[in-house]
Design a protein around this ligand. Sequence first.
Ligand SMILES: Nc1ncnc2c1ncn2[C@@H]1O[C@H](COP(=O)(O)OP(=O)(O)O)[C@@H](O)[C@H]1O
Ligand SMILES: [Mg+2]
Length: 626
Amino acid sequence: MPCCRSAYAGLTQVSPSLTRSQEERRVGWIRRLLPLLRPQRGRFAVALVASGLAVLAQLAIPVVIRDAIEAALPSPTNPIPRASLAPFVVALVALGIGRAALGFISRDGLARVAFGLEHDLRAQLYEHLTRLSFSFYDRVQTGQVISRANSDVRSVQMYLTYAPSLAVTVVSFALALVLMLQVHVGLTLVAVAALPGVFLLGLRMRQDLYPLSWVVQARLAEVATIVDENVTGTRVVKSFAGERRQVALLERAARRLHWATLRQFDTRARFGPLMEQLPRVGLALVLVYGGSLAIEGRVSIADLVLFNFYVVMLQAPFRSLGFLLMLGQRAAASAQRIYEVLDTRPEIVDRPGAVALAHPRGEVELDAVDFSYPGSGEVVLRGLSLHLRPGDTVALVGRTGAGKSSVARLLTRFYDVDTGAVRLDGHDVRDLTLASVRHAVGVVVDEPFLFSDTLFANIAFGCPDAALDDVVRAATAAGAHDFIATLPEGYDTVVGERGYTLSGGQRQRVAIARTLLVDPPVLVLDDATSAVDAQREEEIHAALRTLMAGRTTLVIAHRLSTIALADRVVLLEGGRAVAEGTHAHLLATEARYGEVLESATSADQSSAAHGAADHRRPTVASGGRR
Ligand SMILES: Nc1ncnc2c1ncn2[C@@H]1O[C@H](COP(=O)(O)OP(=O)(O)O)[C@@H](O)[C@H]1O
Ligand SMILES: [Mg+2]
């Protein structure tokens, strides 16, 4: 079976810029985003310039109006007003159109830049997630990861869309201030008197909201996790009639989210109106003080109108300043969470100078391996040694929790050993590239994951370029071809999420075909036929036997029929190999072996009985409906 060798290529390099101190992470998130901005700097510059010009046009409009009023009203310097206001009208229309056009260019440009950044950041995050080791996925909840990849990236994007306009707002404020100071210093001071108050209020609000935005995001993720687990685990929930309990759990989490969001809105509701009204106080002061100045003739009516325009104009930026500050807090919190993921170093990576294992013969060795899962104190394997010569078939037998699956995970280097070594063809797996190790060792697990895709795509997952012939051959060997051929759409049948439209045994056979197609010299079957019924298993065994020829195989099994495939049996207990030999030899000499087999067989029978009951249930239900 030919196969591509490139499926894992490129997934294992680590960017060197990923380790940062906590402090740097909190402060420097915008700086860390800058490399993503670089490819778009041209568009970004155009948008910023347009935005600046738009502000100039906006500031010019009141000036034109003031001049128009001056031209139209009689004054000591201009006793006979000009008849035509047409030039002013033309100027106003031109400024209005210009401002609209520039506003479009700047908003469109800034949004494009921000969405581009969102896309790149998300891609960076996804790429990093594919690189992270299993220990990361053991630790985190799916909901947290999904939330980081979605809402956190979104909130950073929101801020980046609006933050540049904050900069422009500051510029417009400064310009308006200059123009106002030229008219009347005292009146200017009165007009802006309230603005520092608004700013201080904004700061207070920021201090109150910052921790809350964290809490809200965390609780959102909590809810997402519960929903995710209930959707993916719906079979467990329903079979234990646990819907009510789960709904109550969700209800509790939703109430906690509700509390946090309410606190957030409460804070905003307390500060928002104050922040909006304070500038209006400024406007009132301008009318009172400016009115008296105008009556005394120290400020012209036209200038007073100009002032009014500017004071109103300045309110909007100051109001959005609060909004921007809030977005900024949320974005900072989100960026912190995103960079927490990006800063998590994958523990299992190619070491510098790792070599690819070329033409593996399939010799497998565990040499005095001690192993415990990262972050867990429990020692899973203790001084375990195991040697498989090329072509050997060894059965690993042991109670649940003995560490059998952990052995399989070490062979593929999903985790690293604490002491000792795992070797392939005499090479420590830590000296080999991950891609070559994972191509050399194929694992079929007891609960295989299928994608919501066609059966063809699922089987060809390890070799996307495989021809239909090869896929059919692999499926035939795995005993999957017969049932696939009876499906109306055959290999083009799309399986439901996680393959749940197939029976457990069918899923396992598809997974075996998927691994066989890659044609690995080392095959690990981790309870891979546990959900296949005994008769079907016989058929697969016949096929497996031919496939095991010339291949090193480790079968983790408890059924006698499967164990019979092996030349040798290793009994694992408490993470140690306690006995080794042929099945008959162990049965005769090792009491513990008989016990393990017996308990496994009775567990198997009771689960088979369970399975049968499970199959009956839908029939009863449909009978009831009829
Ligand atoms: N991802 C994990 N993180 C921490 N502990 C684990 C993990 N997977 C398994 N274990 C623990 O390691 C021990 C061996 O598990 P495993 O190798 O799956 O046993 P077996 O396959 O023989 O039933 C068990 O005590 C189990 O609780
Ligand atoms: Mg297991």
